[in-house]
Every structure is written in structure tokens, then in C-alpha cells.
Design a protein around this ligand. Sequence first.
Ligand SMILES: *Cc1c(COP(=O)(O)O)cnc(C)c1O
Length: 418
Amino acid sequence: MKKPFVTLSQLEAITAQYPTPFHLYDEKGIRENARRLKAAFAWNPGYKEFFAVKATPTPAILKMLHEEGCGVDCSSLTELMMSDRCGFRGEEIMFSSNDTPAQEFALAAKLGATINLDDITHIDFLKNTIGYIPKKISCRYNPGGTFTLGESEEGFQVMDNPGEAKYGMTRPQIAEAFRRLKELGAEELGIHAFLASNTLSNDYYPALAKILFQLAAELKEETGCHITFINLSGGVGVPYRPEQEANDIAVIGKGVRRAYEEILVPAGMGDVAICTELGRFMLAPYGCLVTRATHEKHIYKEYIGVDACAANLMRPAMYGAYHHITVMGKEDAPCDHKYDVTGCLCENNDKFAIDRMLPKIDMGDLLVIHDTGAHGFSMGYNYNGRLRSAEVLLREDGSTQLIRRAETPEDYFATLVW
Ligand SMILES: *Cc1c(COP(=O)(O)O)cnc(C)c1O
């Protein structure tokens, strides 16, 4: 059973101050989770999490993670600018972009970020843009094919398709890239790969680590490069559905350690730092979208209209993603009504839930849409002239803080030429 991190009475007080809809974040949950991650990798002296800014590009959240020892992973100009303004410096910034505009490489280099090259042609592109190759640099690897884990009768526990992904370099390319980077003055090389998204398995990171550690040992032999960091990137998932089990980050950390001791240490590479670029795992469960039921409609199906829409949370409309819904105050009521829960966009995919069994919903009820802390607000858009909502932080002491105001029509009109 999924439980919101706020109670109805807390939410009634919060909604008296901030009108729905808004995204609400749980400071306590975010900090505790960041500490669990750090503890899980404490065996690796150089370990650092670089939070994937795209998941939740909100300064108050970034600063909180900075206080917990995290860096940031950026992939655009504005993410770099925001990270700089939030106080992240130099090697606290990872720049893992693709199809990268020149000015973004220029800013990343100026900030002293660690640049992660997505393609072999980016070596010359970067050199022509900034005039040199940074001493510390990494390359993104794509092994191609399919990536699977844990075959059982129900299928694979994890299955993804690197061969269809636009990211990274092939095996021959990464060796050539390392040789060339070394020639051009690089002294500390890193390897990055992202092979599967939202994995619910304690085996994903260890399996990825094995692949990258093996590759690192081979590349060291083949190219003579000094490989100093390996970036496991993102992809550790969260249980969006109530019947799913959460990953155990301590077990994941142990699994990566085992691979490290089996492969890297015997290869004389026991000084390699592990990096992660988690987004979803860091934030998703610690944010929710708070919305109110405003309309009910009885036609061929039963519809509940709420005051949020896909502009506030796009994942259900875009991927058919499941987000759990709690009708506040009715947590123990029987789920004996079948509803489609919809937003107001003139798009039939604007549904937060389809055929969902829920308690009877009355107009004015507060609904919590779970697990929107990552890739929630940030994917928002302005279709239908809909405005992005506010973001509110629930502090550890129970108080609240507005960390992003809601857009106004003036914001929407600001770029127009009349
Ligand atoms: C999106 C992304 C991440 C974060 O992915 P999650 O699934 O949120 O963990 C990390 N690294 C890169 C390069 C990404 O594009």
C-alpha cells in the first residue's frame, strides 16, 4: 500500500495557502534517501552522486542535494547556468549531453565541468570550440544490442534496447577516442553508460558496473590511458505501482563493490572513483502532485475531472505511465468505483488514470498523485495555453516554502510579438 508523505489535515492547511494544483516535495524524504545512497557507496573514496538536473530543475532542491554532498549532471545551457547560480563549482558539475550545441560545451568548459563526450566526432568539435581538450574528460559507451537481466517465466526483470538508442560510442570507437584524447593532452579518462531506464532490480548497477569495469581494464591495456572515474549514470528506478518492491540501495552498493573488487582491483585500478547520475531514484517518491476533483461526468465511462492536467505531469499521457492516486481522507475506504481521472487539455490522452479502482470521489476531494518528484514538473509544457504550477517544499519541521511560483498569463505572453 502506498502512503502519501502528508496527511489530509496537513494538506488542508497547505491548500489554504497555495491553491491547487501544485507539486509538493518532502525535504525529510529527500535528505534521508541521499544519505542512504552516500552510505551505500562509502566504500569507494572518490564516490560522488551528480543529480540529473533534468529530473527536477528547481534551485531549492539542487541546493538541498548540494548540502548532502551531491554534484549535478547537466545536459543543457540553462541547466549549466542554473547549477552555477546554485553554487555548484568545477568538478561538482558533470556535463553529459548529446547533439551538443557549441555554446554549451563552451560554458561547460568555462565552469570547469567534467565533460562527457557522447560521440567520437565531438572530440574535434569540442577542440575546435574551446581550443583545447580538458585534462579530465569522459566518453559515453553504447554496447549496442539488447540489455536484459533476470530472465524468469514472466519475462525479463529488466529489458532495454541500447542498439536502438542514439547515445554513446561503439566499442571500437571508444578505444580510438581514448587514444586520440590522450594524444591531445587528456590525463584523466572516464567511462559512462546508461543502458536501461527505471530499473526495479538490485542487479542493474552491479551488471552495468561489471561491463564498464571490464571495458576499463581492456581500455587501459589497449590505450595506456589513466582511467580515473567510471560513471554508472542514471536508471535506478522506483516502484510506481503499489505491488512493486523498492530497490535496496545498500544491496546495490554492495553489488557494485563486489564487481569492483573482482575486476578493477586485480587490474591495478583500485583508485577508480565511482560516479552516479541518478535523477528518478533521488526524487521521484519524494514529490507528489496535489490536485482537487472539480467535475464528474457520467457518459459511457465514469470521469473525474481534476484541476491538474498533463501540462503539470506528462508521463501518463506520454508513456501511459502508472502513477498511484490517493483520495485524501478515504485511504481506508473500499476501492469500489472505476474512474478515468482526467485533466482539461483538449487531448484525449490527458488522463492521469484509466479504469482505476478508487474510493467514491466527491467534488472538492483532494487527490495526491504519487511519485512526481522526478520527471514530473520538469516535463511540463504549455499546450492549450496551460500554465505551469507552483512547487512547494514541505520542510523537515512541518512548515512549507514556495520554491517556484505558478506561472501567470504574463509569463505565457512574455515571449510573444504582437
Ligand atoms: C536522464 C539522465 C539521467 C537520469 O536518469 P534517471 O532515470 O532519472 O535516473 C542520468 N544521466 C543522463 C545522461 C541522463 O540523460
